[in-house]
Design a protein around this ligand. Structure first.
Ligand SMILES: Cc1cc2nc3c(=O)[nH]c(=O)nc-3n(C[C@H](O)[C@H](O)[C@H](O)COP(=O)(O)O)c2cc1C
Length: 192
């Protein structure tokens, strides 16, 4: 059976570089038999301005964020997936705020005990798509460092598609056939 892949995008630019590449990754994965869902975190309805640190998720028996809105609905489905792809533009050397809000609420998928972490996502394979205007040292490096910490919560080696030196003009990104093929190959790799 094909891998189930959830791609969460976090760019406010609906047809920008990140979403364009995410579409290519989805195409590559689908072509290999993967079942892909794309969720735009920048447009999810959220009752609060991010995690409120209520600790409800740590005190409950289940792994649900107790704020009930579109974000928590998607969060609750993450354990059903084989692969979680975080797709973000680099904003000030890290994730965009739009996707960070989503990531912070992933806290609900982990119970941080004194000596161990309990999660229904231990088999989840993490991947990341990131685009940046600058070179690797202009923020993709610090973003990758943060992402590796998150991915370290599962036991599997993460995969990344890091794209430096992206033009702000998405037409240039779309015209880059090598980049599009890279995205398709990355998607195929995720589905394997
Ligand atoms: C608020 C903001 C902050 C940014 N910060 C960085 C940065 O720290 N490093 C970098 O290389 N590019 C930075 N960029 C450029 C974006 O990462 C780049 O244009 C990206 O491809 C945009 O993706 P999108 O088209 O999906 O929105 C920034 C852009 C914006 C709007």
């Amino acid at each position: 059976m094909g891998k189930k892949i959830l791609i969460v995008t976090g760019s406010p630019r609906h047809h920008g570089n990140t979403n364009t590449l995410a579409d290519g990754v989805a195409q590559g994965a689908t072509d290999r038999g993967g079942k892909v869902k794309i969720v735009d975190a920048a447009r999810l309805q959220s009752k609060t301005n991010g995690c409120t640190s209520c600790m409800g998720c740590q005190e409950s028996e289940d792994f649900r964020c107790i704020i009930r809105d579109e974000v928590s609905e998607i969060l609750a489905t993450i354990p059903d997936y084989d692969v979680l792809v975080l797709a973000t533009p680099v904003y000030f050397f890290n994730f965009s705020a739009q996707i960070k809000i989503f990531i912070d609420r992933m806290y609900s998928l982990y119970k941080f005990k004194e000596d161990k972490i309990i999660t229904p996502t231990e088999k989840l394979h993490f991947a990341m798509i990131a685009t940046a205007a600058g070179d690797y040292g202009s923020g993709l490096d610090s973003l990758e460092h943060t992402f590796n910490k998150i991915a370290g919560l599962s036991g599997r080696k993460p995969l990344t598609l890091l794209v430096p030196l992206c033009s702000v003009d998405v037409n240039e990104t779309m015209a880059d056939t090598e980049l599009k093929e890279q995205a398709i190959r990355f998607g195929a790799q995720l589905a394997e």
